[in-house]
Design a protein around this ligand. Structure first.
Ligand code: AMP
Ligand code: MN
Ligand code: MN
Length: 360
């Protein structure tokens, strides 16, 4: 298998600009995971052509970036810059800040604040962005881009680009970036390998989730062979929490509930701004609480509601496979994968949970 190829093959599709639906509605037949056209090697070649022809490339990943979003964007950015392109990279959060645990990723000098992002890029590429909404304040630039390449692995992605490289069988968006760099003939140095590996190791839950295909292990082997310090990466990702995190985790676990009769077993809790305030704990530090809550053996579904700095609730859901949480979260305005999905709610916790229970 060549680099980046997945066991189930590509679901990469090309559409013309006229066919592309900006604004998130499904582009007819062009969505990767929705029974669109057959895997299309021509789409990869077209992406390589567009990128090769461009002098300037604007990159974007989803708001509140995780390791896969930032890792895929920075890996592509570093490789394109080394190839002589002018590269701009950003994500459209109103409070623009790289989460603490991702600050060790190389190449962050490529990042610009979203208000300095090109308004109408000649070529824009999005990474790990499942819907236009997830671009936040960069959605308008995407709407005005002459060409928009969407690189993603969410099955729910409607294919909102002029060219969509969407493969739900890929373990991470970084797997698709590795493949794209291979098509472009660009070398993967240790810095780029670090970014690619971080997306892979975080999205597969350290090679534990069902997305951990032979192709995912093959990719890890190639990256480790590039000379990665995997122990150091793991330490940076998981072993550097501030003390306040333990106190906030304690508060969240103190109010956790198990509802065995809902959806084959539901375990859930919530974390407020007030929990974090005494410790000055940033919002992104509580993203990992779902990984503790989901350990509950009696539960099929785990849910953590996290109040962000604007007072909105970011809801994380996880399933053991018996429930499609992407379906549930999509019905509530969000999206994601069958076993890991999310949505945003502005309702009180009790009302959000009532809405969720009704769908489980
Ligand atoms: P998280 O719980 O934040 O780790 O997210 C799990 C999955 O759900 C990821 O694939 C996200 O892209 C997706 N997701 C999380 N929040 C949202 C949201 N508000 N809208 C759409 N997708 C989301
Ligand atoms: Mn992501
Ligand atoms: Mn991802």
């Amino acid at each position: 298998m060549t680099p980046g190829e997945t066991a189930a093959g590509d679901v990469a599709t090309g559409v013309t600009r006229a066919e592309a639906v900006r604004g998130g509605a499904a582009a007819g037949g062009s969505g990767g995971g929705r029974g669109g056209p057959v895997p299309d090697a021509a789409a990869w070649d077209r992406a390589a052509e567009l990128i090769s022809a461009a002098g300037e490339v604007a990159l974007a990943c989803h708001v509140s970036p995780d390791g896969d979003a930032l890792g895929s964007m920075l890996a592509a950015g570093a490789a394109l810059r080394a190839a002589g392109k002018r590269v701009t990279a950003s994500f459209g959060d109103r409070r623009f800040a790289v989460p603490r645990l991702l600050r060790f990723l190389p190449g962050q000098d490529l990042l610009v604040e979203p208000d300095r992002y090109p308004e109408a890029p000649e070529l824009m590429v999005t990474f790990d962005v499942s819907t236009v909404d997830r671009l936040g304040t960069l959605a308008e630039s995407a709407g005005r881009a002459a060409e928009l390449i969407v690189v993603d692995h969410h099955p729910s992605n409607p294919g909102f680009g002029t060219l969509n490289l969407i493969d739900p069988a890929a373990a991470s968006t970084t797997a698709l970036v590795e493949r794209l760099l291979h098509r472009l003939g660009l070398p993967i140095d240790e810095a780029i390998a670090t970014c690619l590996y971080v997306g892979l190791v975080t999205d597969t839950g350290s090679f534990r989730h069902s997305s951990t295909t032979p192709a995912a292990h093959d990719m890890a082997a190639r990256l480790v062979a590039a000379g990665l310090d995997t122990e150091e990466i793991a330490r940076r990702l998981w072993d550097g929490s501030p003390f306040g995190y333990l106190k906030v985790l304690g508060a969240a676990l103190g109010r956790v509930r198990l509802e065995p009769e809902v959806g084959g077993g539901l375990v859930w809790t919530f974390v407020t701004r007030a929990d974090r305030a005494p410790y000055g704990l940033p919002y992104d530090e509580v993203e990992g609480i779902i990984d503790v809550v989901r350990r509950t053996g009696e539960a099929e579904v785990a849910v953590v509601l996290k109040e962000d700095d604007d007072g909105a609730w970011q809801v994380s859901t996880r399933s053991r496979g018996g429930v499609d949480v992407a379906r549930v979260c999509s019905a509530l305005g969000g999206g994601g994968h069958a076993r890991a999905a999310g949505f945003t709610s502005r309702l009180p916790v009790a009302e959000t949970m009532a809405g969720l229970r009704a769908l489980l």
